[in-house]
Design a protein around this ligand. Structure first.
Ligand code: NAP
Length: 237
């Protein structure tokens, strides 16, 4: 975990993207199925990254694809959080403009705190219900939500370290907002193809000259996968 200025000085959490990707650069198949192609080692890596975080953020399409999230279960990780005086589970935060979800999704019965980051219209859907422990209704902007406000509100609510668990559309929005600090990418040994299959960063893209740049921090091959860890060069900070 790389921490420069304290989050409260920046008014936003430290954000680490964690994704698994096929060798040809896709995070899911062309049907946008839940991505389950990572090995048990990759799942343990994801859980360890979640354990470092106060919150885990993901996009609505990711929730709709999986219907679930990944609660911490490894005894060492739970013990470590307890020793540090932290809550057993990070908060799981869904981001959606519409907030249209099936309340029967298993996610809503999993033993994790659940927050919703949405627009006032999205918030109205869940305001009188119990599925979300907390709802942040933020001004809508042409590109989604007002991220400056959203990240300031999350910081205010105690989220200093945030893992961004996908998908590509949400990652693109936060990279465009210059809010991503680190990126973990697990390269997995399969080819998914498909021009419409999602990639780690969706959105409208950047021309090469304006593309965000990264610095490689580590690269580790374990069995058939490669675990890559990068730091983003950010305009601010
Ligand atoms: N391999 C992996 O590690 C991995 C990890 C996660 C997900 N996935 C896969 O990725 C796919 C989903 O990724 P995706 O790129 O299609 O979608 P996504 O980023 O998960 O979700 C997109 C949705 O999130 C909300 N959203 C995104 N940006 C927003 C913004 N700036 N402001 C407000 N809301 C915003 C919108 O929800 P509303 O439409 O509700 O407004 C949008 O439609 C699934 O197939 C999943 O299996 C793979």
């Amino acid at each position: 975990m790389i921490l420069g200025k304290k989050p409260e000085q920046r008014g936003r959490p430290h954000i680490t993207v964690v994704l698994a990707m096929s060798l040809d650069g896709k995070i899911a198949d062309v049907r946008r199925s839940p991505a389950r192609f990572g090995s048990p080692r990759d799942k343990a890596h994801l859980e360890a990254r979640f354990a470092e975080a106060d919150g885990v953020l993901f996009g609505a399409a990711t929730l709709r694809a999986y219907g679930t999230t990944l609660p911490l279960t490894h005894p060492n990780l739970l013990q470590q959080r307890q020793d540090e005086g932290r809550s057993p589970q990070p908060v799981h935060i869904v981001c959606s403009r519409t907030a249209e979800f099936d309340p029967d999704l298993r996610f809503f019965r999993q033993p994790v705190p659940r927050w919703l980051l949405t627009t006032p219209t999205g918030g109205d859907r869940w305001q009188s219900r119990t599925e979300f422990d907390r709802i942040f209704a933020l001004p809508a902007t042409p590109t989604g939500l007002d991220w400056r406000q959203a990240l300031a509100d999350l910081t205010q609510a105690g989220i200093r370290r945030l893992v961004l668990a996908g998908g590509g559309e949400l990652v693109a929005a936060l990279v465009a907002a210059d809010a991503v600090d680190e990126l973990w990418l697990t390269v997995c040994p399969l080819l998914l193809g498909g021009r419409d299959a999602p990639t780690p960063v969706g959105g409208d893209g950047w021309l090469e000259a304006a593309a965000p740049r990264l610095e490689l921090l580590s690269a580790e091959a374990i069995a058939q996968e490669v675990f890559l860890h990068y730091r983003l060069h950010r305009a601010a900070d």
